[in-house]
Design a binder for this molecule. Structure first.
Ligand code: R5P
Length: 356
């Protein structure tokens, strides 16, 4: 149902109060702004009313005190999230970074900055080579005074000792959604090349199932294929897949480090394998439910899709063990983390590991 709300645009004073009407609809936001002192706040215009056959009109009375309290709470919660990321990063580095390592993968995003900070505190050994997963990741490595080396400079048989990265959401089986910051292809390359992938995140990312809090699956797509991929995603059950634009919408679609585009596809909350075993859904899309691995494969098979932002299947050590017994060498590399460190709101760090 459309929602008609009024809210202050800035902290109100008795002489000059800025109010705004916002009509929130799924596809449109109407905004009208006016200054008022003591005069009565007008309701929606006739034109707006025509657009709103069944609107709700809410007129909250907001004081300066409640306004600044909200701002203060938002700042506190931002600080909380950053503290959570830092705590998780420190613990992950303490447990998984070996100062004698040869090659270490470094992911992208805001959390990885704390991982690099903790690595730098543990060692600045110039012999350790850090493999970035994109432009921002390389910048973080260079700024920390560590030694970056491009992924394609690695000898073919060289495995990374460990790769650290963030995630947008993680489920109980350690499947991850990644790509919220438009990095996923190089992150997957690096995770698959690592003996172990260690994920670091804050409490908002810790969920039982994927697509619980995080709304969409990011997919990296060749620009030419975007219309066809959008259509195909709808047939797979994505409700309203969208091409991601830059913050300044008029600048057009957002480009990845590969000069590709990102499509964000919303699906119903995904099932884990256990859900399919216990009859919670077919998990193959036939009844509207998708199991994580099945959806990842279905999206990856679309022409024009470079990579999908679901990290699932095997983890590094499991892939290694299977490969040792696989004479045909068909086992693909692991891409799932062996451990996920979640910084919690109360300052503690929770650990989910592959064995749990
Ligand atoms: O595209 C970005 C990457 O997949 C990030 O690792 C992911 O979005 C998590 O980012 P952040 O640490 O900023 O939450």
């Amino acid at each position: 149902m459309p929602l008609y709300i009024r809210r202050p645009l800035q902290s109100p004073t008795s002489s000059n109060r800025l109010n705004t009407f916002a009509l929130l609809q799924p596809s449109r936001i109407y905004l009208s702004c006016f200054a008022s002192s003591s005069r009565r706040v007008p309701g929606p215009s006739r034109q707006d009313r025509a657009l709103l056959p069944s609107h709700r009109f809410i007129t909250p009375i907001r004081t300066f005190a409640s306004y600044s309290r909200r701002q203060h709470q938002a700042k506190m919660s931002d600080a909380n999230v950053e503290a959570a990321k830092r705590a998780a990063a420190r613990q992950a580095v303490k447990d998984h970074f070996d100062p004698n390592a040869a090659n270490v993968g470094i992911g992208s995003g805001t959390t990885i900055v704390y991982v690099v900070e903790a690595i730098k505190e543990a060692s600045t050994n110039p012999a350790i080579r850090f493999i970035p997963t994109g432009y921002q990741s390389r910048q973080v490595i260079v700024k920390a005074g560590l030694t970056p080396i491009a992924f394609d400079s690695l000898a073919e048989d060289t495995m990374l000792d460990v790769a650290f990265d963030g995630a947008d959401e993680v489920d109980v089986e350690l499947n991850c959604i990644k790509g919220g910051g438009a990095c996923l292809f190089q992150e997957k390359l690096v995770a698959q090349r690592a003996r172990k992938f260690v994920c670091v995140a804050d409490y908002r990312k810790k969920q039982d199932r994927l697509l619980t809090n995080w709304p969409t699956i990011p997919i990296e797509v060749a620009p030419l294929s975007v219309p066809a991929v959008l259509r195909a995603l709808k047939t797979l059950g994505a409700t309203e897949p969208k091409l991601r634009t830059t913050l300044l919408e008029k600048s057009g679609p957002l480009k990845t480090d590969q000069d590709f585009y990102i499509v964000d596809a919303p699906f119903k909350t995904l099932l884990v394998m256990e859900d399919v075993k216990t009859g919670k859904g077919n998990g193959d899309g036939s009844d509207g439910t998708w199991e994580v691995n099945r959806l990842s494969e279905a999206i990856k098979s679309l022409t024009g899709v470079l990579e999908v932002g679901i990290f699932s299947g095997l983890n590094g050590p499991d892939a290694e063990a299977l490969r040792a017994t696989d004479s045909r060498k068909t086992v693909t590399s692991g891409q799932k983390p062996v451990a996920v460190y979640f910084g919690m709101a109360d300052g503690t760090v929770e650990l989910r590991t592959a064995q749990q």
